[in-house]
Design a protein around this ligand. Sequence first.
Ligand code: SAM
Length: 307
Amino acid sequence: MKLTSAGEVRRLMEENGLRFNKGYGQNFLVSDSIPGRIAEGCGAEPEDGILEIGPGIGTLTRELCRRYGKVVAVEIDASLIPVLKKTTEEFDNLTVLCQDVLKVDLPTLLREQFGDRRVTVCANLPYYITTPILMKLLESDCRFENITVMVQKEVAGRLCAKPGEPDYGALTAAVARYGKVTRLLSVSPGCFLPAPKVSSAVVKISLYRERPYKVEDEALMTRCIRGAFSQRRKTLANSLSSEFSECRKEEILKAIAACGFPPDIRGERLGVSEFAALSDVIGRELEGKKPTADSAAEKGKGNHDES
Ligand code: SAM
């Protein structure tokens, strides 16, 4: 069966009473060369494990199974599973899990399925949930070797952008905390069935073994990044004043100055190390605002007196 032929894939779907489910972002690869190039591009070692998200009817899955030690593929659409089993029947190194990847407990999956194997993520992602999937993979604390994924071309542009460039935004900074992104290849709509309206690109996120910055409070840094990009047209001081309503604007400006940034700087100028530095200064500012045990007791006494 030639899964890279649009005619054959159409026939396979019809024979099995299947339809391309738009709601699940089903645009299957029908290119002779792209699936192999993605599988090769993820750069895993022959004995490594691969986590594939959304195998569909198995076009990329087959290329992964040919090259690597073990492949675990998570597919949400139960109706595709019988076909997927048929198209991949020659491989005994594949496990298919019919689940929603956003609901999967990743550390448990990795432990149960891969044990001590090194694991790389390689997938042609369903575009409607690209960001939640990427953030789940990155925030899971799973030590993936790297994450190689096909995404919409515009998303690839955002992921690869540098501070100050028009595409640089909250997603760029959020992902840059975890790894370095490189674009591997561009893929035109004609390589998919059905052809999507958008172009695509494959990116590789090479994860840092050690973060390229030090920060006291990761959650506070997340707040800084979110705040900085919540109102793009505003200066950093103004957008952070909305996010940190517990601080006065002068305090935010003082924190910005303490990091050596001009008062009218915009969030899109800051790289992750700068966000980390800013987060630490704001953290100290907030620390000073925490009620001390004495002031809390004093307040409590006041409340008691009033009742
Ligand atoms: N890997 C195949 C290929 O390259 O031809 C299919 C890729 S298609 C763009 C995305 C796949 O992700 C579909 O098979 C779709 O059913 C599956 N999918 C969508 N949402 C999912 C979810 N939440 N969890 C797991 N798989 C999902």
